[in-house]
Design a protein around this ligand. Structure first.
Ligand code: NAP
Length: 250
């Protein structure tokens, strides 16, 4: 396991699913973890489970001031910010583009796209001052191909993937490692919502087709290691057997 002792990791969307398992994996690796989500009770419970190296920071990532304040609180508490994991995301309301509610469609962009930018914008000055840092964004196959009734999600994930590439282009020379992780399908609340929609082929998948949330969590830890340096600036996929092998999942 990659040793993260003394490093601080901020994880958005840490109240459940991939984000919560990511917090557990990084804490086990010795990191301090800052847990962000709207669900204050859930992140408080997770911070209590993890112990003194965790802090719960209730935060809606679609509010820039709230994200910036959470970054400040993280640095105040732990003294640094070494890794940003842009994981918070939503997929509801699932609907065909021609019937989508414009305001609700826009809220998904506010969370999945603008929320990712807000995290990068708030974290980068801290990382650039330190001359190092990793910015990891949870991507999706939906960033690169259309999926029926997911226009909001596909557009937001495509934008988030481009933001990650832009961070790399502008900041690699300054010591910033930016990478994307496309996890495949993961057994979380989001897949329950997808299944309930019944709309596209993803909703027809069997629950056993999904990987556990622990897998992307372990991949994110590996992405902070020197072993992942050849993929800096790129998006990796957990559907790729070579990546699964490199991470130690198979
Ligand atoms: P999940 O269990 O539904 O978790 C989503 C997380 O995002 C929750 O912690 C939620 O917390 C948080 N969140 C949502 N809106 C937020 C907001 N406005 N501000 C702060 N936090 C917010 O789903 P998941 O599968 O773990 O999803 C994590 C990431 O993986 C997402 O970016 C998703 O797009 C991506 N992904 C998932 C799959 C999959 O198959 N599950 C596949 C590809 C990519 P609160 O509700 O408490 O705020």
């Amino acid at each position: 396991m990659h040793d993260m002792t003394g490093q601080t990791v901020l994880i958005t969307g840490a109240s459940r699913g991939i984000g919560a398992d990511t917090a557990r994996v990084f804490a086990q690796a010795g990191a301090n973890v800052a847990l962000l989500a709207r669900g204050a009770d859930a992140i408080s419970a997770l911070a209590a489970e993890i112990g003194d190296c965790a802090i719960a920071l209730p935060c809606d990532v679609s509010d820039y001031d709230a994200v910036a304040a959470a970054v400040d609180q993280t640095v105040d508490r732990f003294g640094s910010l070494d890794v940003l994991i842009g994981n918070a995301g939503v997929i509801e309301p699932i609907s065909h583009l021609g019937a989508a509610d414009p305001a609700e469609w826009g809220k998904v962009i506010d969370i999945n796209l603008k929320g990712v930018f807000y995290g990068m914008r708030a974290a980068l000055p801290v990382m650039l001052a330190a001359g190092r840092g990793s910015i990891l964004t949870i991507s999706s196959g939906a960033a690169h191909g259309p999926v029926e009734a997911w226009s909001h999600y596909c557009a937001s994930k495509a934008g988030a993937a481009m933001l990650t590439a832009c961070v790399h282009k502008e900041n690699r020379a300054a010591g910033i490692r930016a990478m994307g992780l496309s996890p495949g399908t993961v057994a979380t609340q989001m897949q329950k919502e997808i299944k309930a929609s019944g709309i596209n082929p993803v909703s027809q998948l069997d629950w056993s087709d999904h990987i556990p949330a622990d897998w992307p969590a372990r991949a994110l830890l590996w992405m902070c290691s020197e072993q992942a340096d050849p993929w800096v600036g790129q998006e990796i996929s957990l559907r790729d057997p070579d990546i699964r092998s490199a991470v130690g999942l198979i």
